[in-house]
Design a protein around this ligand. Structure first.
Ligand code: ATP
Ligand SMILES: Cc1cn([C@H]2C[C@H](O)[C@@H](COP(=O)(O)O)O2)c(=O)[nH]c1=O
Length: 223
């Protein structure tokens, strides 16, 4: 029986807790007999991973950041995401275009209109209907106050170029995500990430169960 592919992205400010749960969701889908492609942006292909290293490591202006993000995205869509969706796989993508609007748009203050043009250019001509704008079927947004994320990250790892930004930057990024979610409420599911992992996981289970994509309490609690 052929299955419809599912494209799910995960968003939030740095340290919001996405990575802690994406793998558990992949396991839950695999347990249902689904093929899962676990991927990320920036990155996801050899070329896009090279662009990721530049984006996270080298100083550049916001337009250059956006162009690198969208160049990697095009390669990622063509090489990985579209073929996986055509096979009927579940694609779990740690960040996608909402991150460009949140980080380069809201965080850096770059004009949203050219970002929207790039979004259309890069995300059409890839799906079976060439006019279709390829977007995630669902975007799971981990909403966490910037101060809490900063506190979590202070115990975690050496910051990259974005993680080293001040609190105010992340407040703007968080608002950028809120704006994107407000503009596409049917695509977004907001998770209140300001809870212990087990409670965050329960919210995720509810989101996927409501859509009939996973049975309730299907996966392993990552605690
Ligand atoms: N619910 C939680 N409560 C407390 N700490 C948490 C919680 N979830 C994750 N953490 C911790 O917060 C830090 C950031 O988590 P994680 O790497 O999963 O976030 P992320 O959203 O993937 O971040 P990034 O996008 O920057 O990679 C890690 O040290 C993780 O152990
Ligand atoms: C897709 C995308 C990402 N970013 C930023 C957001 C994060 O700070 C890093 C990625 O790091 P992670 O640990 O893998 O989450 O890149 C961005 O600025 N613009 C984008 O389009």
């Amino acid at each position: 029986m052929s299955r419809t592919g599912l494209f799910i992205s995960f968003e939030g400010i740095d340290g919001a807790g996405k990575s802690s749960h994406i793998k558990a969701l992949a396991d839950a889908f695999s347990a249902q007999g689904r093929e899962v492609v676990l991927t990320r942006e920036p990155g996801g292909t050899p070329l896009a991973e090279k662009l990721r290293a530049l984006l996270l490591g080298d100083a550049m202006d916001p337009l250059t950041e956006a162009l690198l993000a969208f160049a990697g995205r095009r390669d990622h869509l063509v090489q990985v995401i579209e073929p996986a969706l055509a096979r009927g796989d579940v694609v779990l993508c740690d960040r996608f275009t909402d991150a460009t609007f949140a980080y380069q748009g809201a965080g850096r203050g770059f004009d949203r209109a050219p970002l929207a043009q790039l979004e259309r250019l890069v995300q059409t001509g890839v799906a079976p209907d060439p006019a279709q704008l390829r977007e995630p079927d669902l975007t799971v947004w981990f909403d966490l106050p910037a101060e809490v994320a900063a506190e979590r990250l202070s115990h975690a790892r050496l910051p990259d170029r974005f993680e080293a930004q001040p609190l105010e930057f992340f407040r703007r990024v968080a608002q950028g995500y809120a704006d994107r979610a407000g503009a596409a409420p049917q695509r977004f599911a907001r998770i209140d990430a300001n809870h212990a992992r087990a409670l965050v996981w329960q919210q995720l289970e509810a989101v996927f169960a409501q859509r009939g994509w996973l049975p309730a309490a299907a996966g392993q609690d990552p605690q």
